[in-house]
Ligand binder design. Structure first.
Ligand code: HEM
Length: 441
């Protein structure tokens, strides 16, 4: 259908995207599957009814590139998820803030997340993973099932907490995990439990900031110290509230995403014994039972491909959305000002034009010769453009260390009676966890 757009700045004839008539009940139960179904039924662009507004779901790499990269200045993060839920938790931290504040903060914080700067966290990542390996010994002996998903959440939270605060809060990590979980799962910022959880987190974080401010010479080489000592161009530093917002942002954005990626990865590997054998063979050949270090990464390309493939099938950030500021034209389709534009890595990563037999777990899709012909935005687990994930290198380094270390010690056998399905909250989790028994290698 073609219509003439009556706005002052466009007199061109643009196409109107199709309007979805799918049963929106699925949107509530399994929004990631609903989005996939929309793309299968209507193609690369479709208008559908989202939480509050009408939205456009786009599923063509060129359209995504335009929204996240080439015409990104026409889009902001004024979306339901950001403005209703995340802002209440993370305030004006990097994930939710808008320019000019966002730009200033991103420039200040970015250097700490460069690959070079992250090497200092290698020890923390290895040590915490080895602690998990040791904790699991009794389970491997008894054959008792454990929930891999909650184990991964504990592990990644211990890692990000230690990278942020050094040893200040290790005793409180379990309590922090429970409170962060309440904040993201209830989904209603005014809910009393969410308010209580926020009050708890504020007490913890402001408490640590206070202690550090009182002992400025107690310089630790952690992310909190970076936030406290960073200086704007005029020589001033961040307010306590800004530091608090960035800290909570890094805690929220920096543990659940990686934990989900790893949980899905273990689940996929347990179902694909041939790929698991290839992983073991690579680890044995390169590491020969010694501990991994970042200098080994280059020699472990298959391990990396397993991670990439897990993030293809189960991208933790299963949807990314923006609001259009002015009208836009995506491949000849009209997007009106104020519209919500949704992009779903979950759907795009299954687009049959870019992925053969998309549901199959096949790490070799990421061999350079296969990846090079794919458009940039056929795969975007970390988003793209200026607002791309600041923690992508952190997450990849952490995943390489956790996957290789745990795989060196254990194989997993899934509980065949335990249901596994995606639960698309802010991130895509396994709804009932992932139950497995362990066998020592
Ligand atoms: C596998 C793990 C991870 C995945 C899949 C992931 C995914 C993403 C995605 C898709 C975005 C962009 C959102 C948008 O454009 O609206 C994002 C942003 C962000 N992520 Fe990650 N992330 C991961 C790990 C991490 C880690 C480990 C950290 C920090 C330690 C982190 C911190 C952030 C922050 C601060 C932003 C906001 C960046 C900005 O707008 O400037 N993420 N992440």
């Amino acid at each position: 259908m073609s219509v003439r757009i009556a706005s002052a700045d466009t007199s061109t004839t643009l196409n109107q995207p199709p309007v979805a008539h799918l049963n929106a009940r699925d949107l509530v139960r399994a929004p990631h599957l609903y989005m996939l179904e929309l793309t299968r039924t209507y193609g690369d662009i479709v208008q559908y009814r989202a939480t509050l507004d009408f939205a456009y779901l786009i599923n063509h790499p060129d359209y995504v590139q335009q929204v996240l990269l080439t015409n990104a200045h026409n889009y902001n993060k004024d979306t339901f998820l950001n403005k209703y839920l995340l802002v209440a938790i993370t305030g004006q931290g990097l994930l939710t803030s808008e320019p000019p504040l966002w730009r200033i903060q991103r420039r200040l914080i970015q250097p700490a997340f460069h690959r070079r700067s992250l090497v200092k966290f290698e020890n923390v990542m290895v040590r915490e993973t080895l602690a998990t390996v040791a904790d699991w010994q009794a389970h491997a002996k008894s054959g008792q099932m454990i929930d891999i998903a909650s184990e991964m959440m504990k592990l990644t939270l211990r890692i990000i907490s230690e990278c942020l605060f050094s040893y200040d809060i290790s005793a409180q990590v379990d309590e922090i995990r429970e409170n962060l979980d309440v904040m993201v799962t209830i989904g209603k910022p005014k809910h009393r439990k969410v308010q209580d959880a926020l009050a708890f987190m504020n007490r913890v974080v402001y408490g640590i900031i206070d202690q550090r401010r009182q002992r400025p010479d107690d310089e630790r080489d952690d992310l909190l110290n970076m936030l406290l000592t960073a200086r704007y161009d005029d020589g001033t530093g961040m307010s306590d509230q800004q530091v608090r917002d960035e800290v909570i942002t890094l805690l929220v954005a920096g543990h659940e995403t990686t934990a989900n990626t790893l949980s899905w990865l273990w689940w996929l590997l347990a179902q694909n014994p041939h790929e698991r054998e290839r992983l073991d063979a690579e680890l044995d050949a390169v590491l020969n039972s010694r501990q991994i270090s970042v200098t080994d990464f280059e020699e472990l390309p298959f391990t990396r491909r397993v991670i990439d493939e897990a993030m293809r099938l189960y991208p933790s950030a299963w949807t990314i959305s923006r609001r259009a500021l002015a009208d836009d034209d995506l491949g000849g389709y009209h997007i009106p000002a104020q519209a919500i534009v949704a992009m779903s890595p979950y759907a795009m990563h299954r687009h049959p034009d870019y992925w053969d037999d998309p549901e199959r777990f096949d790490p070799d899709r990421f061999l350079p010769e296969h990846a090079e012909n794919r458009p940039r935005f056929a795969y975007f687990p970390f988003g793209g453009g200026a607002r791309m994930c600041i923690g992508d290198q952190f997450a990849l380094m952490e995943s390489m260390i956790i996957v290789s270390t745990i795989a060196q010690h254990y194989r997993m056998r899934l509980d065949p009676d335990h249901p596994v399905e995606g639960h698309a909250l802010v991130t895509l989790r396994p709804r009932y966890g992932i139950m497995a028994s362990l066998a020592a290698r």
